[in-house]
Design a protein around this ligand. Structure first.
Ligand SMILES: NC(=O)c1ccc[n+]([C@@H]2O[C@H](COP(=O)([O-])OP(=O)(O)OC[C@H]3O[C@@H](n4cnc5c(N)ncnc54)[C@H](O)[C@@H]3O)[C@@H](O)[C@H]2O)c1
Length: 367
């Protein structure tokens, strides 16, 4: 039995409560300890104190970073991610950062550079590449089950948050909050994007947030075209402008020998289906892990620290997703195609032990 991984948390909003559902069983099974937490909003600190009785409530993010934790979770609003992740990482901590890893390419590039110079892990959300359904689809695509994929389509949206003004201000927006899932998933399947064309706008100019009407100054509606090179094209439809869907797959992949769909959402897959030219019928694969939590990056971080293995995705993947989203905004503003400079390594699924669901966790996690 290894020592528990000591974890501190910065940002105790709604998402913290979801991470807590994964953290609590890790603590209960002796694999993790919660060292210190911080949020400037006092009511959020009391939520943490209720969830983790006796936890040290720090007076600042700096104090959390200076704590003797092994790892820091950065779960704040998006504009804070880059600076807090850099500070925690520079202090020698492993870091898990919610998406996007930063809101500017300069900050994100600094994070990638730091990750090259350190043996600490930097696990960046979204974590869907860890899900059993994604991994199964990825393996089948790699085996050529539907041939070379040439077209793909991804969709994710909802009516939008009624909390957190920052979602609707610069540094927020639907692309960073929602489109990031589709972009990350498609890139995991198809590799780096080469060029981007997009329509991105603000469809709903005023929103009721925390009971107050506010002007929206971030994007809430986007159609993005991705060119992966070699005539491989994909589209992403995303926005806080979608009231309901459910009959359209999250991800559709069209290969020259068949088709494959991820059902549900690409942050909460509900199985997948495959059609192959040589069989001529749809095979439905029910979700094998309906309890898979979209916060699984935390289990992954702890497993990787315990076993001393690298994470499945590298920070370069999150950087690339950010570059693609910023390029989409630039394309929409300037009315032109924007080239993408970055690339990233393929997901590394070779360290099975780092992401196979722990037996205890299967029983403990009830998301
Ligand atoms: N809400 C969702 O459904 C959802 C799902 C997945 C991921 N996310 C991501 O999780 C992150 C947080 O989202 P949320 O819904 O929890 O937002 P939220 O507004 O509920 O919480 C954010 C919290 O961060 C705190 N904060 C802001 N600056 C801080 C700082 N410098 N130091 C410490 N705390 C600070 C705020 O006080 C707030 O309590 C975002 O990046 C979001 O994109 C959200």
């Amino acid at each position: 039995m290894t020592n528990p991984v000591r974890i501190s948390v910065i940002g105790l909003g709604r998402v913290f409560e979801r991470y807590a559902l994964v953290l609590e069983p890790l603590v209960r099974s002796g694999r993790a300890e919660v060292v210190a937490v911080y949020d400037p909003a006092a009511d959020r600190s009391s939520v943490a104190a209720t969830l983790f009785p006796g936890v040290y409530i720090a007076g600042s993010a700096e104090e959390v970073i200076a704590s003797d934790a092994d790892a820091v979770l950065v779960l704040t609003s998006m504009n804070e991610h880059g600076a807090l992740t850099a500070a925690a990482y520079q202090a020698g901590k492993h870091v898990l950062v919610e998406k996007p890893m930063a809101t500017s390419l300069g900050e994100a590039a600094a994070l990638v550079r730091m990750s090259h110079e350190s043996d600490r892990l930097m696990v960046c959300a979204p974590h869907v590449l860890l899900s059993p359904t994604y991994r199964e689809m990825h393996a089948r695509l790699s085996r050529g089950e539907i041939g070379d994929v040439k077209l793909a389509r991804a969709l994710y949206g909802w009516a939008g948050p009624w909390w957190g003004e920052w979602f609707y201000q610069p540094g927020g927006g639907a692309l960073f909050d929602l489109g990031v899932y589709n972009v990350t998933s498609l890139c995991g399947f198809l590799g780096p994007v080469k060029r981007v064309t997009a329509l991105v706008g603000t469809a709903v100019k005023e929103r009721l947030v925390n009971g107050e009407l506010m002007s929206v100054t971030a994007d809430d509606n986007a159609q993005v075209l991705l060119d992966f090179g070699n005539e491989v094209y994909a589209s992403v439809a995303t926005g806080f402008t979608i009231q309901k869907y459910g009959r359209a797959p999250a991800i559709e992949l069209y290969g020259l020998a068949g088709s494959m769909n991820m059902l549900g959402d690409d942050w909460a897959p509900r199985g997948f289906e495959v059609w192959r030219s040589d069989t001529g019928y749809w095979e439905l694969h029910d979700e094998q892990a309906p309890d898979w939590p979209w916060t699984d990056g935390l289990n992954h971080l702890v497993s990787c620290i315990e076993r001393g293995v690298p994470s499945v995705t590298r920070p370069e993947h999150a950087y690339h997703a950010l570059e693609v989203m910023l390029a989409a905004m630039q394309s929409a503003t300037e009315g032109r195609v924007v080239d993408i400079a970055s690339a990233f390594p393929s997901p590394d699924y070779s360290h099975e032990a780092s992401f196979v669901m722990d037996e205890r966790r299967k029983h403990d996690t009830s998301l």
